[in-house]
Design a protein around this ligand. Structure first.
Ligand SMILES: Nc1ncnc2c1ncn2[C@@H]1O[C@H](COP(=O)(O)OP(=O)(O)OP(=O)(O)O)[C@@H](O)[C@H]1O
Ligand SMILES: [Mg+2]
Length: 235
């Protein structure tokens, strides 16, 4: 092979590697039981740049699955990997680092620090993750004018938008969102979701979105439903 061919084949190999979307999160054979079985042998994969919605009736196990995937709940059996790392095998210290630096978790109920102002809540994320608050993002989320108010003085929807802002300030690689727009009117919900989708595309991150709303789910690349202990792909 002459040099030109060598270079050509090297370029092709590089292209192939860079074109293959990287797997961010992978779950294998997840089973979990509380008072009764919730899942049995579920597999799941999230790639870079991908958004996946999980839907299903109330109580079917959506939040439980999200808690397992984001490392907060160890399943009865099965494994969850972030890239090549099996997360439930990590030391407590490494697991905390993963949650702090890589994962962004938006809960159904938002855990803001109540004794502090909105800005102070953002500062905590900024300080913990060594990142800078993006004021343009606060304007887009329409919370730039309430940053000096205490958490108790914010409306439910403003708290929800602040939670999203706080998570994005960390610049996570995987976003886990449990009904992130549940308290918002349709238009505001759409704006918040647009912010999240833009973030995923810009950062080449991935998102798992739990929602009841079909409209929202349809904005994602794939949709799964939890049905009879299994994950059923419906888009
Ligand atoms: N820590 C727990 N201990 C015991 N049972 C639990 C626990 N967490 C959840 N469950 C049960 O597991 C089932 C699934 O709960 P989960 O919160 O995952 O549902 P969900 O699909 O998120 O529902 P919703 O749409 O109402 O938020 C429910 O029957 C719930 O009561
Ligand atoms: Mg839930």
């Amino acid at each position: 092979m002459n040099n030109q061919n060598l270079e050509d084949s090297a370029t092709t190999t590089n292209l192939q590697t860079s074109l293959a979307p990287e797997i961010l999160l992978q779950a294998k054979g997840i089973s979990h039981t509380f008072d009764y079985p919730i899942f049995s042998e579920i597999d799941f994969t999230l790639k870079q740049n991908e958004t996946i919605a999980i839907i299903g009736s109330s109580g079917c196990g959506k939040s439980t699955l999200l808690n397992i995937l984001c490392s907060l709940l160890k399943p009865n059996s099965g494994k969850v990997f972030y890239k090549n790392t099996e997360i439930f095998n990590l030391s407590q210290k490494k697991l905390l680092e993963l949650r702090r630096d890589i994962f962004g978790i938006v809960f159904q109920a938002h855990y803001l620090f109540r004794g502090f102002t909105a800005k102070e809540n953002l500062k905590i994320a900024e300080f913990l993750n060594d990142k800078i608050i993006d004021m343009e993002l606060m304007k887009t989320l329409k919370i730039d004018h309430v940053l000096s108010q205490g958490i108790g003085e914010l409306s439910g929807g403003q708290q929800q938008r602040l939670s999203v802002a706080r998570i994005l300030t960390k610049r996570p690689k995987v976003i886990f969102a449990d009904e992130p727009t549940g308290n918002l009117d349709k238009n505001t919900a759409k704006e918040v979701m647009e912010v999240l989708f833009k973030y995923i595309a810009y950062e080449k991150a991935g998102m798992i979105l739990v929602t009841h709303e079909e409209d929202l789910a349809n904005l994602c690349d794939k949709i799964y439903r939890i049905n009879e202990l299994k994950l059923e792909r419906i888009k």
